[in-house]
Ligand binder design. Structure first.
Ligand code: FE2
Length: 196
């Protein structure tokens, strides 16, 4: 019962990695490298979280579970993603950036809902350890959701001015490159006897 529930969380992480990978590609295509780097960071952070989760499952429930295959994501309209980058118009960037952010927000909101539901079910079944584990994952998803919501609110206020947004990309890129490096600095020794 517990294992089946937490397997759904693991499968969601497999999809989340595909989501962040696809988003990083989309923003790089739009030459919005700061936004692309946010997704590179989330990709790396969530990959590490998924590896820890998998070990938690094996160690706590003593079963080896398989990862589901990841779904594919369509973040940009066909009329935009089928163009060459040099053919993109100002309106394409404006529309694509909003669409990719709105899908990002929706993805994290649905993920949070799923984790909260699973936390609740684990708790009702008396699995305190599993419930606490998923609850902690939900906390970090909630922080991610709040961050994107705040960014979107700020961009809505300036009607997604691409001039302003482009001006912020270098600083964002630098910040998230730093954060990726920090993740590797603390890289866990997954299979060490005393780790995780
Ligand atoms: Fe995420």
């Amino acid at each position: 019962m517990s294992l089946e529930l937490i397997k759904q969380v693991n499968d969601r992480y497999i999809d989340a990695l595909a989501f962040h990978r696809t988003s990083a590609d989309a923003f790089a295509f739009l030459s919005l490298y700061g936004f692309a780097q946010i997704h590179e960071y989330q990709y790396t952070e969530e990959a590490q979280t998924q590896r820890r989760l998998k070990l938690f499952l094996t160690r706590t429930y003593n079963h080896l579970i398989s990862d589901a295959g990841a779904q594919t994501f369509d973040l940009l309209d066909a009329k935009i993603k089928n163009k060459k980058r040099s053919e993109l118009q100002a309106a394409d960037f404006w529309q694509a950036a909003q669409s990719a952010f709105s899908k990002y927000r929706q993805w994290e909101a649905e993920t949070l809902e799923l984790y909260e539901e699973i936390t609740q079910q684990l708790s009702s079944s008396g699995d305190v350890v599993g419930s606490d584990y998923v609850k902690n994952l939900a906390v970090s998803i909630n922080l991610e959701l709040q961050y994107i919501t705040d960014l979107m609110t700020a961009y809505n206020a300036i009607d997604w001015s691409m001039e302003q947004i482009r001006a912020e990309q270098d600083a964002l890129q630098e910040k998230y490159i730093y954060r990726v490096r920090e993740l590797y600095k603390d890289f866990p020794e997954y299979h060490h006897f005393n780790s995780v």
